[in-house]
Design a protein around this ligand. Structure first.
Ligand SMILES: [Zn+2]
Length: 447
């Protein structure tokens, strides 16, 4: 099967994750993945953290138990069919693209991995290094029913994994016909989702308020939203800026990075959200009747902080909230990063350059988070690397959670070739002798 066919099949299995427990769950997609793995002679482990919240993990044994983890997620964010040109769960192929929710994020990537592994199985290729494949539930919420559950309750499935590749990196950002930037993620900002509570004195709405928590809360979140967070250049972002200067032949003024991000357009989005911490109020909750002053009021804030800046971030939040408002975490994950020198990064970059001579791979830090954080918690160094070549008019960030999400069929085939090259280089393939194929006969990328 081609990656496009598998991608279409996965899109048709609606796995919308509303983040509040509603939705169909990932079971149908997990069963489909398990079947494709079984067909290829790979034994899947299928498990549920809750009814229908299903993940699949499989290990392809190599000669060394020093394992590489390749992870993706099976859930998608919801889509409103009324807004789409093509039904979002159709998986239709039109204009050279597979259309539908999850095409880019990230059923397309899951499909690439499955297509490659099945080709390997047919050719009798196996890795020298163990390869662990994980297709997880619940990434689009907190991962509580997916990666977070797996690293606690299914820890043994990841034994020996030292490095991982996962989502949000390795895709092309078109600059011109001679230059495509490929960001490879080497870190993620930390996540601090907070519930704020303002305390006050309840009373009749007609009387002078003693201490109105609604007003205290609003004052606090206005301070928070209006705060200009100072620029903090972390090593990953500094490395990105230096490599971009080299690739683009331009100087990026460190003293006016917001303007520089705007000037550089799509390339600028690679650092626009990662030069500082941020805290956006997103939900409000207070009162129950117009003539009653409540005793408490709540707001929710999506806080994100750069790797290494947790304490500074929290101290600033507390100062801005002031004494009348308390905070608690509804989800908290520290920032993560891997060094930009060494590790798996050179091989990731080599694999991209080998398949696209116009590629300039660069390291970058993600403004949001992925399952890589959960795996970092058990000591696995994660890279955002889901290789994909996009066309000039399709930009990755627009497709991600966007309307009319779609992925070029050719882009998926490109991704399979890059993965093939990477996994052959890293995990140097060996062949199963009885099949009579030698490694030399297997031309990298010719699958
Ligand atoms: Zn995703």
């Amino acid at each position: 099967m081609t990656p496009a066919e598998i991608c279409s099949d996965l899109i048709r299995l609606d796995t919308s994750n509303h983040g509040d427990g509603r939705g169909p769950g990932e079971r149908t997609a997990a069963e489909y993945v398990a079947t494709l793995l079984s067909d290829a002679g790979i034994e899947p482990v299928v498990f549920e953290s809750a009814p229908r919240r299903t993940s699949v993990v499989a290990r392809i044994p190599g000669d060394s138990p020093d394992a590489l983890l390749v992870h993706g997620h099976l859930d998608v964010v919801p889509a409103d069919p009324g807004e789409w040109r093509v039904y979002p769960f159709s998986g239709e192929v039109q204009d050279g693209c597979v259309w539908g929710r999850g095409a880019v994020d990230m059923k397309g990537t899951c499909a690439m991995t499955l297509a490659l592994i099945r080709r390997w199985a047919a050719e009798g290729v196996r890795p020298r290094r163990d390869l662990v494949l994980a297709f997880l539930a619940d990434e689009e919420a907190t991962g509580e029913y997916g990666a977070r559950h797996a690293v606690v309750h299914r820890r043994e499935l990841f034994d020996g994994c030292t490095e991982a590749i996962g989502e949000s990196g390795g895709y092309s950002v078109h600059v011109n016909d001679d230059l495509r930037i490929y960001p490879v993620a080497v870190g993620e900002r930390g996540t601090a989702w907070m519930k704020l509570t303002a305390h006050g004195v309840a009373g009749h709405g007609s009387r002078p308020a003693v201490d109105n928590p609604v007003a205290s809360l609003v004052e606090a979140i206005v301070r928070l939203a209006a705060h200009t967070w100072p620029v903090r250049l972390t090593p990953g972002v500094e490395e990105l800026l230096t490599r971009l200067e080299d690739a683009l032949g331009t100087v990026i003024d460190r003293d006016r990075l917001d303007a520089e991000a705007a000037r550089l357009g799509a390339v600028g989005t690679l650092f626009r959200g990662t030069i500082r911490n941020s805290a956006n109020p997103t939900m409000l909750e207070a009162g129950y009747k117009v003539n009653v002053v409540p005793s408490t009021a709540h707001a929710y804030v999506d806080g994100r902080f750069l790797p290494g800046l947790r304490e500074e971030f929290l101290a600033t939040v507390d100062r801005l909230l002031g004494p009348k408002v308390t905070r608690e975490f509804i989800s908290f994950e520290d920032g993560v990063s891997v060094p930009t020198g060494g590790g798996l990064l050179p091989e990731l970059c080599d694999a991209l350059r080998a398949e696209d001579p116009q590629a300039k791979p660069v390291p970058y830090i993600m403004s949001g988070g992925t399952d890589a954080k959960s795996f970092a918690g058990i000591g696995i160094r994660g890279y955002g690397f889901a290789p994909l070549m996009l066309t000039e008019n399709l930009n990755y960030t627009g497709m991600f959670h966007g309307v009319d999400e779609r992925v070029p069929v050719d882009g998926l085939e490109f991704g399979v070739r890059v993965l093939d090259r990477l996994l052959r280089s890293r995990a140097l393939t060996a062949t199963i002798p009885e099949q009579g194929v030698s490694a030399d006969q297997l031309v990298p990328g010719a699958s």
